[in-house]
Design a protein around this ligand. Structure first.
Ligand code: GDP
Length: 524
């Protein structure tokens, strides 16, 4: 690809993930977006996958059994001359560190909120990770077709609970059964509910008002909306693209994913404002530009294969610069070795296809026989590149692990080592007794781990739940083994760094009171 062509291709990319709490409507809105992108023709396709109807024979057995997707995938489509990549972030019980790590590979996030419930726990956790990256966050207040909370309340909550300014791009005219439409502040029009085609838009005059001849102006809900809009104009936040780009303001869109209301308006704005791929910092202290003709990428996720007959895995890489070619030679920075990238996959909504062209901003899946680790950088060219480390996330639940058959230590250790490398669970060891403890963000990771130990390494493991714990790292200099008790178990992580697993907040507070000089830190 010529430099100019590469620059054009890169400028088309819009790569994002949806963050939400289970049931807020992520799957429903994803499906609507795919419909607009022409990738699927029928609503229910993505949902079908979720409920198990689309289970494919080569999916991991556990995936089929549970009827859920264990690990996230990528959906790609073209829209208004842009190439959109949606990275799926698993929720429900399959919420895991992969969910967090996926957010390291996107340039923007869409936050879907149930307007009846407001900001919920999982949204808050995911928001924290996105906010830390300083990327734009677009908000969709969903389920407007149902009675929800006051829109002003919902906007205020963004600031109160998440510390981000909200700017209402549009405003509901009524709600639930009384939903009439959306007052669109950006396009200066009203979008009527339950109308098809261009017919659904009513233009507003210079003052932002409907022509008096419109029947809607006679409705009391219209008067109410106009009062809200006046309030927003006078006392609300000012639209600031600069703040949006830095993740300090979020444009807020109201709508109903289920009835496909406000989704297209949202998508059009998103495509207009969402950023194209940007540069990325390296550990060498440089920035790699996406238009740099030499290929570079990092691994953000490793997924066990789906087909248990094959031991291979898929490494998901985010391309940072240049163009990906099948069969290209790259250097793996961690080992310094050159390797050939032969097989790759591209993930469409429903089928896996072999990738054709992929450039900076795109995600490719590489078949991996154990060469890659999460956080690895691969690159072309003579200058070594290692992108900045991915953050570590604090696990919340823990189990003690032992092999059932003590005679089979070898396969046990091999399995432990390799599966931990994939990064879905964290491994800890107790001091002296050297017990293995696994920590994860979600419960399902343990089940997958146990299943794979048995099927891939023929090692039956016994897991004793320890339950939820608060993991806090301690400066090795300050550490004294006498500080450990059953309420604050002392363990070491894979790097040998010591940390406490506190039984609960009280145990942590008790510890802080007893050792006021000891500094405890959490990961992200
Ligand atoms: P996810 O868990 O975030 O992926 O949520 P889903 O997309 O599966 O939606 C959860 C439930 O909410 C499903 O029953 C959807 O049909 C429903 N739902 C999603 N969007 C809307 C909406 O705009 N209005 C209403 N009334 N229900 C919705």
């Amino acid at each position: 690809m010529k430099p100019q062509e590469l620059a054009q291709e890169v400028a088309k990319r819009r790569t994002f993930a949806i963050i939400s709490h289970p049931d807020a409507g992520k799957t429903t809105i994803t499906e609507q977006l795919l419909l607009f992108g022409g990738v699927i023709r029928e609503a229910g396709t993505v949902k079908g996958r979720k409920s198990g109807h689309f289970a494919k024979s080569d999916w991991m057995e556990i995936e089929k059994k549970r009827g859920i997707s264990v690990t996230s995938s990528v959906m790609q489509f073209n829209y208004q001359g842009k190439r959109i990549n949606i990275l799926d972030t698993p929720g429900h019980e399959d919420f895991s560190e992969d969910t967090y790590r996926t957010l390291m590979a996107v340039d923007a996030a869409v936050m879907v909120i149930d307007s009846a419930k407001g900001i919920e726990a999982q949204t808050k956790k995911l928001f924290k990770v996105v906010k830390q990256r300083g990327i734009p966050i677009f908000t969709f207040m969903n389920k407007l077709d149902r009675d929800g909370r006051e829109p002003l309340d919902l906007i205020a909550e963004l600031e109160d609970l998440l510390g981000i300014e909200g700017y209402a791009m549009n405003w509901p005219i009524g709600m639930g059964k009384g939903l009439k439409g959306l007052y669109d502040r950006v396009n200066n029009r009203i979008e009527l509910y339950r109308r098809e085609g261009a017919d659904r838009f009513l233009p507003l005059n210079d003052k932002g008002e409907l022509a008096a001849s419109e029947p809607l102006t006679q409705d009391s809900i219209y008067t109410q909306t106009m009062e809200d809009i006046e309030l927003l104009n006078d006392a609300g936040n000012q639209f600031s693209l600069k703040k949006i780009m830095a993740g300090n303001q979020t444009p807020v869109f109201f709508g109903s994913a289920l009835t496909n209301f406000g989704v297209e308006t949202f998508l059009n704005s998103f495509v207009k404002y969402a950023p194209e791929p940007g540069p990325k910092k390296t550990e060498q202290g440089n920035e790699v530009m996406p238009t740099n003709p030499e290929f570079s990428a990092f691994v953000f996720k490793i997924q066990a294969n789906m087909n248990p007959a094959h031991r291979d895995r898929i490494a998901f890489v985010r391309i940072v610069s240049g163009e990906f070619d099948r069969g290209m030679d790259v250097v793996l920075h961690r080992t310094g070795k050159t390797m050939r990238l032969n097989n790759s996959t591209e993930f469409m909504a429903d089928s896996r296809e072999t990738v054709s062209t992929a450039v900076a901003g795109d995600i490719v899946g590489l078949y991996d026989t154990g060469n890659f680790q999460i956080g690895d950088t691969i690159y072309q060219g003579k200058t070594p590149i290692q992108f900045e480390k991915l953050p570590q996330f604090t696990p919340e639940i823990f189990v003690r692990v032992t092999p059932k058959n003590v005679m089979k230590q070898k396969s046990f250790h091999k399995g432990m080592q390799q599966l931990v490398q994939e990064g879905a669970v964290q491994l800890y060891k107790t001091y002296h007794t050297n017990d293995y403890i696994l920590g994860a963000v979600g419960q399902l990771q343990f089940e997958v781990f146990q299943f794979r130990m048995l099927h891939e390494y023929h090692s039956e493991v016994v897991m004793t739940p320890i339950g939820s714990r608060i993991a806090r790292w301690i400066d090795p200099e300050q550490m004294d083994e006498k500080m450990s008790s059953s309420r604050n178990l002392l363990v070491q992580d894979v790097h040998g760094d010591p940390l406490f697993l506190f039984e609960n907040q009280y145990a942590e507070r008790w510890f802080a009171d007893k050792y006021p000089d000891v500094k405890l830190t959490a990961k992200l």
